[in-house]
Design a protein around this ligand. Structure first.
Ligand SMILES: Nc1ncnc2c1ncn2[C@@H]1O[C@H](COP(=O)(O)OP(=O)(O)OP(=O)(O)O)[C@@H](O)[C@H]1O
Ligand SMILES: O=P(O)(O)OC[C@H]1O[C@](O)(CO)[C@@H](O)[C@@H]1O
Ligand SMILES: [Mg+2]
Length: 531
């Protein structure tokens, strides 16, 4: 099976084609004249934010007059978020974990009765974290995500990540593999490093890196890279990936053949939505072939577009670096007569980097993201607004996410090696439009365009991302030893959790135009709605 054949136009897993049931509970409901109606899933909200709210339900058959609908919903949620385990396929006996912290902390003072295991910092298999923490009183409340018309609060629990008391692998027999796929992202090396260090703490001796993404599994000329504490000790000091990355071109069957031939029984996969879809397919194929392999992902997306997570590693660093580009655009614009700076930032489907960089820099007058429709021309368009800004303050700075305004560009069927649509360059387009507009109205304008994409992606992780990478990398190893497979690790409401892969890749996570954060961004830039 060609891996690339099954992604949708947004580059995300098409559940139908992957035998992954479409989420029963994941479409958009809109409130229209006080009546609910279902609409197809939208990732671009173009409707007035006050008349829209997001509901977690796709199943119009849910009968809210049924007094048990909540319990039924919760039961179904629990089923969807239960973690696939090697026990589902194999008859396995757990063993006592070799991961122990007992000699590292101060002794307990609460008496001899303090249970020994408290000192090991284990997480109980039944520990859960709450996925949603706001009780919205009304569907029109900013950012409301409602399940039913009353916007009832329904507890949704997900599995807490961390080391378990019992494990399902004998560390000295384990061969662990690590692979990094997709594009670069700050923090890849930090995650690789933490995975290796944690594996060694458990007692694993055989650890290898798979070079250049999934390609390393089938390209004969790419041997495994032996990894150890010594090899990875300082790799976090540099950006990129020690192992290299790649897009496209593998078959699940070839990959699983290679895993079998190599004797890998724990596979750690670092990548975005495409990589996760691949990892899930690998997990399914291993189960089908009755191979005891634990496949655990660590989400890597600089765009921050993985569902359910507070953020993904690399995002913070990207925002910080993006500010430098914005600052340069600002200085150029501020120093020129009628200067206009345009900065294009990453974000194919989601405008998180553009929104956060605009907010944090405080230097942006216009922020354009894929989720929010805008006009360039016309009385309320971006160009007219820039005219106004030049008039009142003499300069302006625009920040645009790469996936924004694709409707203005000529459509192409071009795809990258992984099957992701190749986007038109909205940054260049906006730059040209500004130039020709000001020429047309006879007002001088000095336009400077900056695209810092690859400068940002190649950076090393900042402090907050380095910590996130550390926690995620360590938890990935704990998850594999706990016997889970087909899972990913993430941070939800500041707590670290394990999630089944399919649940996080059914669509890209997008900026909610009705969220407080987008409203804050609009307040900060002072931009109108351009419609
Ligand atoms: N639906 C899919 N099923 C199986 N494998 C896939 C799928 N989509 C992509 N892949 C494989 O996953 C790898 C990475 O995919 P892709 O290039 O889309 O990057 P990504 O993981 O989405 O990360 P990024 O955020 O950098 O785009 C590629 O080798 C690709 O062939
Ligand atoms: O040039 P590459 O490596 O294909 O990656 C470009 C893409 O990767 C990302 O940086 C991350 O997904 C996107 O924002 C961008 O479109
Ligand atoms: Mg992708």
């Amino acid at each position: 099976m060609a891996l690339v054949s099954s992604i949708n136009s947004a580059g995300f897993l098409n559940p139908g084609q992957h035998n992954l049931p479409l989420n029963k509970y994941n479409s958009l409901y809109s409130l229209d004249n006080s009546r609910f109606r279902t609409s197809k899933r939208h990732t671009r909200a173009k409707t007035s934010s006050l008349t829209l709210f997001r509901a977690a339900i796709a199943n119009p058959e849910i009968d809210f007059s049924d007094p048990h609908w909540k319990q039924n919903y919760q039961k179904d949620f629990e089923r969807r978020f239960s973690l696939p385990h090697l026990r589902d396929v194999f008859n396995l006996k757990p063993i006592q974990s070799t991961f122990s912290l007992k000699n590292r902390g101060p002794q307990f003072v609460d008496g001899a009765s303090a249970p020994q295991e408290r000192k090991n910092g284990y997480v109980n298999e039944d520990d859960r974290a709450l996925l949603k923490v706001i009780r919205f009183a009304s569907p029109t409340s900013a950012g409301a995500e409602c399940i039913d018309p009353d916007c009832s609060f329904v507890e949704q629990w997900v599995h807490r990540a961390g080391p378990r008391k019992h494990i399902y692998f004998e560390p000295e027999k384990v061969k662990a593999g690590i692979v990094t796929c997709g594009g670069l992202c700050p923090g890849l090396n930090d995650v690789i490093r933490q995975i290796v260090l944690t594996l060694e703490v458990y007692g694993v001796k055989k650890i290898v890196g798979i070079p250049y993404g999934y390609r390393g599994f089938f390209d004969e000329g790419l041997p495994e890279v032996p990894l150890s504490r010594q090899v990875v000790q300082n790799i976090n000091l540099a950006g990129g990936s020690l192992l290299g990355v790649s897009r496209g071109g593998a078959s699940v069957s070839d990959i699983v053949n290679s895993i079998k031939a190599s004797g890998i029984d724990m596979l750690f996969v670092l990548g975005g939505n495409g990589t996760h879809a691949g990892a899930n397919a690998i997990h399914n194929e291993c189960q089908k072939r009755k191979m005891k392999v634990s496949v655990v992902c660590v989400p890597k997306t600089i765009d921050n577009d993985i569902l359910l997570m507070d953020k993904t590693f690399g995002f913070d660093t990207a925002v910080e670096e993006a500010q430098r580009a914005i600052n340069s655009a600002y200085i150029e614009a501020r120093s020129a007569y009628h200067g206009i700076g345009v900065v294009k930032l990453m974000g194919r489907s989601s405008g998180f980097i553009a929104m956060h960089a605009s907010l944090s820099s405080g230097q942006i007058d216009v922020c354009l993201i894929p989720e929010v429709h805008f006009n360039l021309d016309g009385s309320y368009g971006v160009l007219r607004h820039l005219e106004h800004l030049i008039q009142i303050k003499g300069y302006a700075v625009v920040c645009v996410a790469e996936g924004a305004g694709q409707n203005f560009l000529r459509k192409s069927d071009a795809k990258d090696a992984s099957g992701n649509a190749v986007l038109g360059d909205i940054g260049v387009h906006i730059q040209q439009q500004i130039k020709s507009h000001f020429k047309q109205i006879g007002v001088p304008a000095d336009v400077k365009y900056i695209d810092p994409t690859y400068m940002i992606r190649a950076c090393r992780a900042n402090a907050s991302d380095a910590i996130l990478c550390t926690v995620l990398g360590q938890n990935a190893v704990h998850g594999a030893f706990a016997g889970y497979s087909g899972i990913t690790v993430g941070i939800c409401n500041t707590h670290y959790v394990y999630l089944p892969i399919p649940e996080v890749i059914t669509s890209p996570r997008c900026v909610d135009p009705n969220s407080r954060m987008w409203h804050r961004c609009l307040t900060s830039t002072g931009q109108p709605d351009f419609l």
